[in-house]
Ligand binder design. Structure first.
Ligand SMILES: Cc1cc2nc3c(=O)[nH]c(=O)nc-3n(C[C@H](O)[C@H](O)[C@H](O)COP(=O)(O)O)c2cc1C
Length: 296
């Protein structure tokens, strides 16, 4: 055959054949190594019983998340926000039409879900006028007036990242609502967006603590001196971890987070199950009175 083909074609064929043989050889080698690894290990029964191909299960399990999302999940099925809700938010955020047409894609049949009652005197727009607002702490030095019904609940800087805090604080300003800092203290990113801020005093008193972990009047005053900080919230315990305290693992305690929270860098930080200095209703009232007196 080599006499019939030009030299360069023979070279290409030779290289291609070698590559193929080499590729096949490598593949056989890799499969053999995986086979030996699988049949000798004792941690995964599937890999031991079905060496090599058993590994596909983990691949499909991983891919399944994406397949389900695009092909199988119904519009109102996912948690915490389903596709229908996410698309509405997406449309609203892009200022494209977010009006919802009549008719429901919800299942209205199960009892108790939705109850239609005929109304002889339907609500007019003026009846549903926005709230007139409330004054919180009218007896304080600096009461806070707000008409915002929806606000941003606490998520600590450290639990969420700088871009997330920035996005939320910008959103708070644009929506005219307040943002709760969560127990992780006040970061520059909370202030950067310009929205109103509620400073949360958690059980570890991050951001307003002395070196020994006790509440510091001086720190409280520093935080209150920011115009944007409108209120202080005293979080009594760890609602998301009932009966347990919280822990910020050492790996997450960067120099920035340590400085904002007032704790040591790269050391586990414990947020106790309750305030160590609030053991009764009397203690609680004393604490509220103290925070109010110091911060206004
Ligand atoms: C990442 C993260 C951090 C949180 N940090 C705090 C916190 O520091 N203080 C607090 O009171 N709640 C904290 N929460 C709880 C939220 O404020 C909220 O109450 C909770 O997520 C339930 O609301 P949802 O169902 O809308 O998520 C946190 C929640 C998340 C997801």
């Amino acid at each position: 055959m080599s006499e019939m083909l030009p030299d360069f074609a023979v070279s290409i064929l030779t290289i291609a054949t070698s590559l193929f043989v080499f590729g096949l050889g490598s593949a056989v080698l890799v499969v053999s190594v995986l086979y030996v690894l699988d049949v000798t290990q004792t941690r995964h029964a599937i890999r031991r019983n079905y060496p090599v191909i058993g590994r596909l299960r983990y691949v499909f399990e991983h891919l399944g998340t994406f397949f389900r999302q695009y092909f199988f999940a119904m519009d109102r099925e996912e948690m915490p926000f389903n596709r229908e809700q996410r698309s509405w938010v997406d449309r609203a955020s892009k200022n494209v039409d977010s009006t919802v047409a009549f008719g429901s894609t919800r299942d209205l049949k199960p009892r108790g879900t939705v109850l239609f009652v005929n109304c002889p005197f339907p609500t007019l727009e003026q009846d549903a006028a926005p709230t007139q607002g409330v004054t919180i702490g009218p007896a304080c030095r600096t009461p806070y007036r707000t008409d915002s019904l929806f606000n941003i609940s606490g998520m600590s800087f450290g639990a969420i990242s700088k871009p997330a805090v920035l996005a939320l604080s910008n959103g708070a300003r644009m929506a005219g609502c307040w943002m709760n800092t969560g127990e992780g203290g006040l970061s520059p990113y909370h202030l950067e967006g310009g929205g109103d801020i509620v400073f949360q005093i958690g059980t570890a008193k991050y951001g307003v603590r002395n070196r020994d972990g006790n509440l510091s009047d001086e720190k409280l005053r520093e935080i209150a001196a920011h115009d944007q900080v409108k209120m202080f919230e005293l979080k009594m315990s760890q609602g998301a971890k009932p009966g347990k305290g919280g822990i910020l693992p050492s790996g997450k305690v960067t120099p920035e987070i340590a400085a904002i929270r007032g704790i040591d860098v790269a050391r586990d930080s414990i947020s106790p199950n309750r305030h160590v200095d609030i053991n009764s209703a009397d203690d609680l009232l004393d604490m509220i009175e103290r925070v109010r007196r110091v911060t206004g």
